[in-house]
Design a protein around this ligand. Structure first.
Ligand code: NAP
Ligand code: GDP
Length: 301
């Protein structure tokens, strides 16, 4: 039986089967709760998506929370899974773990080759330690656990909080309000940074394929390897949402890392050809879901 931590999250909610756990079921920062969860469900596989997650602003302003919550959750899950002899475990990292100054494209063996970007270093170091811990446990306990490293993920069940959310849900929410109130659509930074966006359902499907097919223990990057600038993605959202007002670029807000292009060749060598959801199509579904569920979606309204 497969158990998914973070089952109410952007990625966790896209798994088509398995037992889905959220923070009101068990607070995974607490070791005894993790022990209780494993004893309640006796899973043979765990997909550990639960984490303290946020956009560039939240990462810069709540570094202690990002470090503590993530290191505790990951440490408890990896340790207790090994103690209970859970057969399979996939642990989620993020491309934020990679060094800020590194030769591109990012690839799996480059995680520890230099300090991460200052804007999210606490989150990145906590996540890096999950990779170290998985490796140590594989060596000592002969487990076959591994980490996955998605690039920027988006999809219907995102956190649409304007301050703390990631770029796409924040932009969708702000575009909706600007259109409704006839005000400027405020976008952070200068639009030059580049990102690789992957649809949340693709991430869940790829994880399920890896769970079946991947025999290794080294991390696997989950990405389309298609870069797009924030400016282009703003235009795409504006077009889908029919926004015709003024876009105001806020230069005093953070640009974050300039780019983090990644190499998906290892992923494709395992899963074969995969039809990634085109960004415009995934954004269309996400925006439709947001509009239909406004008031119920995650994040402050
Ligand atoms: P998300 O939407 O913010 O969901 C987080 C999930 O974790 C929620 O189900 C939440 O439960 C649960 N959670 C948080 N704190 C918990 C705790 N103390 N105990 C138990 N559960 C807790 O996250 P996501 O965007 O799906 O991210 C999933 C994974 O992918 C994370 O590991 C993240 O680092 C990684 N990732 C995400 C992105 C991205 O762009 N979103 C990119 C790369 C990597 P509640 O609903 O009860 O709060
Ligand atoms: P990152 O990929 O870890 O940096 O995380 P984000 O999802 O927060 O993406 C940040 C990029 O989007 C930066 O270049 C920001 O300047 C830009 N951006 C533009 N508008 C927004 C916004 O409203 N919210 C966020 N989080 N980022 C924005």
């Amino acid at each position: 039986m497969k158990l998914i931590t973070g089952g109410t999250g952007l990625i966790g909610s896209e798994f088509s089967d398995g037992i889905k756990i959220n923070s009101s079921d068990y607070d995974l920062r607490n070791k005894s709760e993790v022990v209780r969860m494993l004893s309640d469900h006796s899973p043979s596989a765990i997909i550990h998506t639960a984490a303290k997650v946020g956009g560039v602003w939240a990462n810069m302003n709540y570094k202690a929370n990002f470090f503590y919550d993530n290191i505790m959750m990951n440490s408890n899950i990896i340790h207790e899974s090994a103690m209970k002899r859970v057969e399979k475990l996939i642990v989620f990292l993020s491309t934020c773990v990679f060094p800020n100054e590194i030769e591109y494209p990012l690839s799996e063996e480059k995680i520890h080759l230099g300090p991460p970007h200052i804007s999210n270093d606490a989150y990145a170091y906590a996540k890096r330690m999950a990779e170290v811990q998985v490796k140590a446990y594989n060596e000592q306990y002969n487990t076959k656990y591994f980490c996955v490293i998605p690039t920027n993920v988006y999809g219907p069940h995102d956190n649409y909080d304007i301050e703390n959310g990631h770029v796409l849900p924040s932009l969708i929410h702000k575009c909706y309000l600007a259109k409704k109130n006839n005000t400027d659509w405020e976008v952070w930074g200068d639009g030059s940074p580049l990102r690789e966006f992957i649809f949340s359902r693709d991430v869940a499907k790829l994880c399920d394929i890896l769970l079946q097919k991947y025999e290794g223990t080294e991390p696997v990057i989950l990405s389309t390897s298609n870069e797009i600038s924030i400016r282009e993605v703003v235009e795409m959202i504006g077009k889908i949402m029919g926004f015709q007002g003024n876009i105001k670029w806020l230069a005093d807000k953070p640009n974050g890392q300039y780019r983090k292009p990644s190499d998906n060749s290892k992923l494709l060598s395992i899963v074969g050809d995969y039809n990634f959801t085109p960004l415009e199509e995934g954004l269309g579904e996400t925006i439709e879901h947001f509009l239909q569920n406004y008031g119920k979606v995650r994040g402050k309204i």
